[in-house]
Design a protein around this ligand. Structure first.
Ligand code: GCO
Length: 424
């Protein structure tokens, strides 16, 4: 990759999330989350990061990254989702952040990566507007305690995935199958994002952005019916989650499904952002719906590309299209971009496929920079093999292999490759 030059100050990092790596789900006063309910016991140990974090910080140091994106577990900080913070929960992240700062690694904090405190879900979860106000209180707690050390803040990870996988099709916690009736959860997450951004700033935190999942939608053909279906799916997966925060509006395709009175919240939702975080994995195909389909589109697999062990199509060029597309759609309203997640699952320690995947995607991002998109950072998903949600531990996304019997960490070939890239 010696032929590529990145802008000065370009941030190279890696990402993880609390539920996927921490384990220790019953320790130090942590309360149950929706994922403990949805996948009982499955992440009780995970990578045991809760106890092995010093080793993991040493891995980050060895990797030489400038930044580490992690998430706070809401049920560690507020075991029931509201009220006074749990001191032992705060203390865990104090230890982690102090060690990162000492190692010269910028902490990039996600406030919510899907582990909703179960009592809040019992009260309606993201279907209930009240959760946005609970989230803002949680954000103030974190802002007041950690603003001195966290370098970049991301209120919610991938609200699209919570709405679609969590509430529309039930593949993720809390496992609801509401189809388009899930859309109020998008609005309440946006409101939570806006209120949390205000609360963080009021607590002295700066550098606040997003981590939105973007999934370029490819129509099956150029027939009008397929193009219309793709436009609908693109509204649902992408614009429903980027337009409100960047433009203060919703795409017309989805407004009939939003809560009454939602427009009054858009000013809070469209807080100015310091960066726009993009998570990219693969495009999604779409076609006109068949008879009896209650949705205005049908999902189609992307064909003709190699695939990861998690059955994702490998399409590096779509990252370029996505970045340039965001710039073209939002223009001046698009803040500087960070690629807050990109990665792939492959097996083995000698993971040439992962190196090829990452190299091709970094090149694609670089082409977008050359085309004038202000991309300021790139974060690999993930540091460690970890709990891949409904797929369990089979897909391996790490630069570091985890033996789930012994919890031993072994850097893969991709770790050495990334270290070299970061250093150069
Ligand atoms: C995400 C997810 C990660 C997944 C990763 C791989 O933010 O999409 O945060 O939790 O592990 O995407 O599927």
């Amino acid at each position: 990759m010696d032929d590529l030059t990145f802008p000065p100050g370009f941030l190279w990092g890696v990402s993880t999330s609390a539920f996927q790596i921490e384990g220790a789900t019953g320790e130090d006063g942590r309360g149950p989350s929706t994922w403990d309910t949805f996948a009982p016991g499955q992440a009780d140990v995970a990578c045991d990061h809760y106890h092995r974090w010093p080793e993991d910080v040493a891995l980050l140091t060895g990797l030489g990254v400038g930044a580490y994106r992690f998430s706070f577990a809401w049920p560690r900080i507020q075991p029931t989702g509201s009220g006074a913070p749990n001191p032992r929960g705060l203390a865990f992240y104090d230890r982690l952040l102090d060690a990162l700062c000492e190692a010269g690694i910028a902490p990039v904090a996600t406030l919510y990566h899907w582990d909703t405190p179960q009592p809040l879900e019992d009260a309606g979860g993201w279907l209930d507007r009240d959760i946005a106000y609970r989230f803002a209180e949680y954000a103030s707690v974190l802002g007041e305690h950690f603003a001195d050390r966290v370098r970049m803040w991301i209120p919610l990870n991938e609200p699209m995935v919570t709405t679609v996988y969590g509430y529309a099709i039930g593949e993720y916690a809390p496992g609801r199958t509401l189809l388009l009736d899930a859309l109020p959860t998008a609005h309440h997450q946006h409101l939570a994002h806006g209120l949390a951004t205000q609360a963080l700033r009021a607590a002295g935190a700066s550098n606040i952005g997003t981590a939105n999942h973007h999934c370029p939608v490819w129509p099956r053909s150029n027939d009008q019916a397929d193009l219309d279906a793709a436009r609908h799916l693109d509204a649902l997966l992408n614009r429903t989650f980027s337009d409100p925060v960047l433009l203060g509006s919703y795409p017309p395709e989805i407004t009939p499904h939003l809560p009454a009175g939602h427009a009054g919240d858009l000013e809070i939702i469209a807080q100015p952002l310091d960066f726009y975080g993009v998570n990219y994995y693969e495009p999604q195909g779409a076609a006109a719906p068949g008879d009896g389909n209650p949705l205005p589109f049908e999902l189609r697999p992307i064909e003709g590309f190699p695939r990861t062990t998690n059955d994702s199509a490998i399409v590096p060029g779509a990252l370029y299209d996505l970045l340039v597309g965001l710039r073209d759609r939002y223009g001046e309203k698009l803040p500087p971009v960070h690629i807050t997640e990109n990665g792939a699952s492959f097996d083995g320690i000698h993971d040439t496929e992962r190196i090829d995947f990452l190299e091709a995607h970094v090149r694609s991002a670089h082409s977008a920079i050359t085309a004038g998109v202000e991309v300021r950072g790139y974060f690999v998903w993930s540091l460690l093999d970890n709990f891949e949600w409904s797929k369990g531990y089979a897909p391996r996304f790490g630069l570091v292999h985890v033996d789930y019997e012994t919890l031993r960490r072994t850097p893969k070939d991709s770790f050495a490759w990334y270290r070299k890239l970061v250093r150069s």
